[in-house]
Design a protein around this ligand. Sequence first.
Ligand code: UDP
Ligand code: MG
Length: 315
Amino acid sequence: MDISVVVPLYNEAESLPELTAWIKRVMDENGFTYEIIFVSDGSNDNSWEVIETLREENKAVRGVKFRRNYGKSPALHEGFKRAQGEVVITMDADLQDSPDEIPQLYKMIKIDGYDLVSGWKKKRYDPLSKTIPTKLFNATARRVTGIKLHDFNCGLKAYRLDVVKSIEVYGDMHRFMPYLAKIAGFTKIGEKVVHHQARKYGSTKFGLDRFVNGYLDLITLWFFNKFAAQPMHFFGLLGSLMFLIGFVAVIFVGAYKIYSMMNYMPYRLVTESPYFYIALTMMVLGTLLFLAGFIGELVVRNSSERNRYNIDKEI
Ligand code: UDP
Ligand code: MG
């Protein structure tokens, strides 16, 4: 099979027949063999009935129905699990992404050799309240991930099948598919300007909290990528350093008092010196950080992921 189209959807019943017909037209015109995997993410409109009807007309349509709403990432995850096409395309169900982009995306993967191609909604049809924070978000994501994409969270993306089978998307991590791919060792990541339309039916499923969550997830991923395999390298170093500075300072505070006593200079209780408390705090924090690192190492040692590597070839 050439192409799997994975479509996560939450209450998008009106859009589905139009989307399916459009995808079918593009596929037939280009002679692609394909499947469309609709993942209904706990929709409570009649999306599922619509998917069932569509399947009766066209066996290329497949469907998965979540019992409740889990989110876009879990929906993509289930779609990816079932995808069989050599190229996997994800798109939103709301007709904001155009199926006309599919042949070009397919070509970029199959012929130009990209692992992942992300859409770039250069001209967007969304309210300003969304486009401005999005710009900031993308700028941060570019810096942190080192991937030069303009539009990380574009729903329209194409993947080599290998990629979706090697990465695991969960939580809200769909915003960082390119980063997940990069962490898994797929570095040929490209971008294609795509057409974008205003939402035709229904309403957006994400509020402004998407940006807060996006930033938090970015920090998580970055930190995870850097230190998850060896937590001690971060916490241990920081903890040891803090403890050491605190320890030296405490000794100094004590030694200074003894020195003053022996030389008949005026002296105070050690506990009256602010430095004593600063040093104490540093020792306590240092110990805690060190412990966090150690516990982290214990967790890693027991993790089933500890020896999972993405192997490219073997002879
Ligand atoms: N979506 C989903 N589960 C959710 C929220 C959204 O499957 O919990 C789907 C939604 O139906 C759409 C896609 O994710 O197909 C993108 O959502 P939306 O168009 O609301 O996002 P926006 O275009 O506003 O970024
Ligand atoms: Mg949308």
